[in-house]
Design a binder for this molecule. Structure first.
Ligand SMILES: C[S@@+](CC[C@H](N)C(=O)[O-])C[C@H]1O[C@@H](n2cnc3c(N)ncnc32)[C@H](O)[C@@H]1O
Length: 378
């Protein structure tokens, strides 16, 4: 455990420079707490100046020793004031803002990505895998405005980029894609300024993109794949492709949109025709008068097909995210071999995220915006 006078190594996330600092003062923490180094707030000398370093990602206590709520800690990691310098200087107004409750999805990605990178990196060291990739097929522009708020948030690729820097552990490569040209270009700009690992931004349909990525993945590699479409754009064929990889998958199933997706099923271009393993069966389930909740029944059908395709080692969990009049289910798919270390984290995530409403997100954002000035500097 760190103490006053001991030396710690600190890396600046902006410049990636590392300095060794000695701890002058520490936050007032409860003595009997089972804390790790990352829970502290330190006062250290930084380039001759006295600086306050908060280990944001695990910070559970504030300077006076009061617990910081779980959601606040997580949202601090993925949000910035709109007028922050640097990567926020882009014109974000051209993209629609994200809903506040969508931050719960992004906070979940950060939480799971944090665990993933530790677990797979240790597998790399043991020689079980040679490379690890992050694949994000619906990546967004890098940074988004948040509706009804003066904050912006990192989109999925920047969240993963940021956590790699904080952990000083890297994916071999990040494959990022968005079929909207402007968004892909905005993302490229953000990463040109901030990325410290190899990455490629493409501007294709996600379903053709994944078929081009797969041959590039080396043998004995493992991937974290984030699939975050607006609705039913990700085809079953693409899902089958990723289920056959050594990969953990984080998929946003648009449960609340199912009635709409079914209503347009007759159109030739309808995504739902390709979205389910068997569209005919999905439509039967949806229209079955004996089914009480036909949206959930479709999600259950999807999960059954995922399990059958991935095989007996499948382990899945779903987490419901609720907006004021909308919701979706995040489906997390892994294999039983990785379950032990993953599962307690996934279960914690489920219990936390499902306990929040969009009002909780709104309140928490307001708290953060009052105080957030220096926390993003390191
Ligand atoms: C829900 S947003 C994803 C947001 C992003 N993951 C984030 O963290 O903010 C969906 C994104 O997918 C893109 N998109 C929609 N259809 C697509 C398709 N068929 N292939 C690739 N990207 C698509 C949209 O342009 C949009 O940026």
């Amino acid at each position: 455990m760190e103490s006053i006078g001991s030396t710690i190594s600190i890396r600046c996330l902006k410049t990636s420079m590392t300095r060794t600092c000695s701890i002058e003062r520490m936050s007032n923490l409860k003595e009997n707490s089972a804390l790790t180094q990352a829970n502290y707030i330190f006062v250290v000398q930084w380039y001759g100046k006295r600086s306050l370093i908060e280990f944001r990602w695990h910070c559970t206590y504030n300077m006076t020793g009061q617990p910081i709520p779980w959601l606040e800690t997580r949202l601090r990691l993925i949000t910035l004031k709109r007028d922050s310098q640097g990567i926020c200087s882009q014109n974000l107004e051209r993209f629609p803002p994200i809903h506040q409750w969508a931050l719960l999805k992004l906070a979940s990605l950060r939480y799971l990505g944090w665990m993933y990178i530790d677990i797979i990196e240790s597998e790399l060291r043991k020689g079980h895998f040679k490379e690890m990739y992050y694949i994000d097929l619906f990546s967004g522009p890098g940074i988004s405005n948040i509706e009804d708020s003066s904050a912006v948030c990192y989109c999925s690729p920047l969240i993963v980029n940021d956590l790699q820097k904080q952990k000083n552990k890297r994916f071999t490569k990040m494959f990022l894609n968005d079929d909207d040209k402007e968004r892909a270009e905005a993302l490229q700009l953000c990463l040109d300024e901030t990325a410290t690992t190899k990455y490629e931004v493409t501007n294709k349909d996600a379903n053709s993109c994944i078929q081009e990525i797969v041959p590039e993945l080396s043998e004995k590699s493992h991937s974290l794949i984030f699939v975050d479409p607006y609705s039913t754009q990700f085809s079953w064929n693409s899902m089958k492709t990723i289920l056959e990889l050594d990969a953990d998958i984080f998929f946003l199933f648009p449960t609340a949109l199912m009635p709409w997706a079914v209503s347009v099923a007759k159109r030739p271009e309808a995504d739902i025709t390709n979205f389910f393993k068997e569209c005919k069966k999905a439509l039967e389930v949806f229209h079955n008068p004996a089914v009480r909740d036909n949206r959930s029944a479709l999600f259950d059908l999807y999960k059954k097909d995922v399990e059958a395709t991935r095989g007996p080692k499948t382990k899945m969990e779903s987490v419901k995210i609720k907006g004021s009049n909308y919701y979706y289910d995040m489906l997390f798919v892994t294999k039983k071999t990785q379950v032990q270390r993953w599962w307690s984290g996934v279960t914690t995530l489920k219990s936390k995220i499902e306990s929040y409403s969009s009002t909780d997100v709104d309140k928490t954002l307001k708290v953060i915006l009052k105080e957030q000035s220096k926390l993003t500097d390191f």
